[in-house]
Design a protein around this ligand. Structure first.
Ligand SMILES: [Zn+2]
Length: 314
């Protein structure tokens, strides 16, 4: 949608001029509501910010349900939201591949924080094709996302120090809920015998999930959706389906279905329901929150891969 992204920083800089009321400063003096105005890139981050901030914050998500962050370019309409925000939270690790320059520019004017910032490097998975880069899909390991929530809480406190204790309390409540979610994920995964835990999806969003919950993971389109699935990736996936007698493979809500449908046809395997990969479901659906999204995915995966045990490997 448009190629406005190079223009945006210039516009913001041009009208920055030291009189920008949204520049970093006493955040509580902000909008009419007096609440801290947060702009989050993805729905997962926006949800965490709402849980941490409660009624002390006003959160806008830049990317709605089904939107692919790898390819997202801010529109002219997003400019006013970016400008009005007092705190901008983004995933980082190149998830928002087209927005790095914009965040760099905005960080000179206000609080701009990557929620992946405090994750220890040894916990990050490498992005295989590009040396030195890391897989950005950290929300699929609930324990890593807990660290991101701590970072969000700290960012809120830095932007609005008067309410630091409130943010701390809410964040600790939410972290306890995520602790429970992580246990639930392990329990659901354990319903599947180890040899059935193979997850084939459209793009490589699920490696943290696989590592955390014991699944072999294959994304036929690579880590970013910028590259299309090659023929070899498709034939390799079909071979794997035959070899491991896989019951189902999975399309995703934010990625084109063409390649995964081709694999399903060639591999004579059913397509499971769509997984929520890089965006939440619609706000009125169970997957409209991070907890709901993770639970919906895990239930979908376990149910679709479960089958009679008659042909399970020895
Ligand atoms: Zn992705």
């Amino acid at each position: 949608m448009g190629r406005k992204f190079l223009i945006v920083p210039l516009l913001l800089v041009a009208c920055g001029c030291g009189s920008d009321p949204t520049a970093a400063g006493p955040a509580t003096a902000g909008g009419a509501s007096g609440r801290l105005r947060i702009l989050a890139t993805t729905g997962m981050i926006a949800d965490a910010a709402r849980r941490v901030g409660g009624d002390l914050v006003e959160v806008t998500a830049l990317m709605g349900p089904g939107v692919d962050p790898h390819l997202y370019q801010p529109t002219a309409r997003d400019q006013s939201q970016l400008k009005a925000a007092q705190l901008i939270l983004y995933n980082g690790l190149h998830l928002e591949g087209k927005m790095a320059e914009l965040f760099e520019s905005l960080s000179k004017q206000k609080h701009v924080v990557a929620v992946s910032h405090d994750l220890p490097t040894e916990k990050l998975l490498s992005w295989r094709e590009s040396a030195g880069m890391h897989d950005p899909h950290i929300w699929f390991d609930v324990t890593l996302w807990q660290q991101a929530v701590r970072t969000i809480s700290r960012a809120c406190s830095e932007a609005d120090p008067a309410h630091a204790a409130d943010f701390e309390q809410r964040s600790s409540d939410y972290l306890a809920e995520l602790e429970h979610l992580d246990r639930e994920c392990h329990e659901l995964a354990d319903r599947l015998p180890r040899d059935r835990r193979v997850l084939i999806t459209s793009h490589d969003a699920f490696h943290y999930f696989g590592k955390a919950y014991g699944f072999d993971v294959v994304g036929i389109q690579g880590i970013s959706t910028e590259t299309e699935a090659g023929l070899k990736a498709i034939t390799d996936a079909v071979d794997l389906i035959r070899r491991r007698k896989i019951r189902a493979i999975f399309p995703e809500t934010s990625v084109s279905r063409a390649a995964i449908e081709r694999v399903a046809t060639d591999g004579h395997v059913s397509l499971g329901s769509e997984l929520y990969s890089d965006s939440l479901g619609s706000p009125d659906s169970p997957a409209g929150t991070y907890v709901g999204m993770i639970r919906a995915n895990m239930e979908n995966i376990v149910k679709s891969l479960q089958g009679s045990t008659t042909d399970s490997a020895h």
